[in-house]
Write a protein that binds this ligand. Structure first.
Ligand SMILES: [Zn+2]
Length: 66
């Protein structure tokens, strides 16, 4: 399991990106989502904080939609 985080700051398109521990693009202001088996459940957890959450294109490409 990996620890996941969601960015407190939205991207320009309104998305709050979800990152896996160790990602080079980990934001400074973030909410810990706890350990998850994969990005899918992590994004679901992020959506309890921010309905418009999306996987990071670099660390969670399977959950990234553009
Ligand atoms: Zn990332």
């Amino acid at each position: 399991m990996d620890d996941y985080f969601v960015n407190k700051n939205a991207q320009s398109n309104g998305d709050h990106e979800v990152h896996k521990s160790g990602c080079n693009w980990m934001p400074h202001y973030k909410i810990a989502l706890g350990p998850h088996l994969g990005c899918y459940s992590a994004v679901l957890a992020a959506r309890t904080h921010y309905p418009q959450s999306n996987g990071c294109a670099f660390c969670s490409p399977l959950c990234h939609t553009s």
